[in-house]
Design a protein around this ligand. Structure first.
Ligand SMILES: [Zn+2]
Length: 116
């Protein structure tokens, strides 16, 4: 248990400044003024307690893009090859191998959960 680190009301306040569907570890770290290790602990606790849902975001492989191509519920669901539709439309390299892409956790805030 991490009662002093995990403070739901503080977390809710921080999240009110974010897009609740796309919360990054870095957002939490910055808003709570903490380090990455603590931010990770807070996010993991939030997932366990039902405040957050964890997803995996896959970023486009083109350095000048940086868009999230897709999000998945688990790492196992991520296909071996991923296509960025926007880069495809722009005529750029658009098909990438999973192992070449940046994959990172993304959190969705669940309103009303965990509150009792
Ligand atoms: Zn792209």
């Amino acid at each position: 248990m991490l009662p002093t680190i995990f403070n739901p009301s503080k977390l809710e306040k921080a999240i009110s400044q974010l897009n609740p569907d796309r919360i990054y570890l870095e957002n939490i770290r910055a808003l709570l003024g903490t380090n990455t290790t603590i931010a990770k602990l807070i996010c993991n606790t939030a997932v366990r307690q039902g405040y957050f849902e964890k997803r995996f975001a896959v970023e486009c492989g083109n350095e000048d893009d940086g868009r999230i191509v897709a999000t998945y519920n688990s790492q196992e669901e991520i296909p071996e090859t991923i296509t960025c539709d926007l880069c495809e439309m722009e005529g750029k390299k658009s098909t990438f191998k999973k192992e070449d892409l940046r994959i990172y956790p993304i959190y969705k805030y669940i309103y009303g959960n965990g509150r009792s």
